[in-house]
Design a protein around this ligand. Structure first.
Ligand code: DGL
Length: 271
């Protein structure tokens, strides 16, 4: 038995972890941030896959039976290969889940116009994973995409509320909305973007829905555990959370406060 593993390239997955702990507070969690090698959003498929696989192996070695890739870039570029090629060679009872499918599943109930936009890192957009998954689940939905290479650095450099952020956020949203005037729903397809929510709201028309992933990922995990009692019974239940980082733990602890709103203590790990 062990905790639920949550992996992200850095801090962004903390927004997902936060929602999971709100929805499913009874479980133990082990968060791993590969901060020393973040960001992943501009890296190649091969590199993101190799880094993510190392992290997943690390979380398994710490007793996790279930690992959530709380990162869109890793979910887009590494999840399928890990599920199809690596997991069968490991213990077949271990599971790795991503955050793109749960996000997509909720979209069909939210959009009325069936015209949806997504903002995400260049890596996620280039992978076209959202396009492919939406076409499978909601073939009637038309998706427009916009890569936002500056948004993660704005958050990580604590510039989310600066006038400079206004320029980059507005510019990307104008580019997205000018692709399709019928868009009524915009997916925040990157774990950092909920921290830019007030500005994103300000620069989108009032009728446009903004979808933050955390709530939907948490509900999807709850549903998964209800449907898989054999996995649920392997998760320890003392409501704790440990944080591992490849960066210096003091740096992680300081910045994590920005994402979680309360202080935490992190431990250093080498992948
Ligand atoms: N957490 C990543 C995501 O959701 C963004 C950060 C990065 O580029 O590493 O795509």
């Amino acid at each position: 038995m062990g905790p639920i593993g949550v992996f992200d390239s850095g801090y962004g997955g903390l927004t997902i972890l936060h929602q999971m702990r709100e929805t499913l507070p009874q479980y133990d969690y082990l968060y791993l941030g590969d901060n020393a090698r973040a960001p992943y959003g501009t890296r190649s498929f091969e590199v993101v896959y190799q880094y993510t696989l190392q992290a997943v192996r690390c979380l398994f070695s710490h007793g996790c039976s279930l690992v959530i890739l709380g990162c869109n870039t890793a979910s887009a570029k590494a999840l399928r290969t890990i599920q199809q090629q690596n997991l069968p060679q490991m213990d077949s009872s271990l599971r790795v889940l991503g955050i793109i499918r749960p996000t997509i599943e909720c979209i069909g109930q939210i959009t009325r116009s069936r015209h949806v936009g997504i903002v995400a890192t260049p890596g996620t957009i280039r992978s076209r994973t959202y396009d492919l998954e939406i076409a499978k689940v909601w073939p009637d939905i038309h998706l427009s995409s916009q890569a936002c290479p500056m948004w993660v650095p704005l958050v990580e450099n604590r510039q989310a509320n600066s006038p400079g952020a206004d320029y980059f956020i507005q510019d990307s949203l104008i580019r997205l909305m000018s692709q399709d005037s019928l868009i009524d729903t915009v997916i925040l397809g990157c774990t950092h973007y909920p921290l830019l929510f007030p500005k994103i709201r300000q620069f989108l028309p009032a009728h446009v829905n903004i979808v933050s992933q955390g709530k939907y990922v948490a509900l999807s995990l709850q549903d998964y555990l209800n449907r898989h009692p054999e996995m649920e019974s392997r998760i320890t239940r003392t409501s704790t959370c440990r944080y591992l980082t490849t960066e210096h733990p003091d740096i992680f602890s300081e910045n994590a406060t920005l994402f979680l709103g309360s202080p935490i203590q992190a431990e250093h790990i080498v992948l």
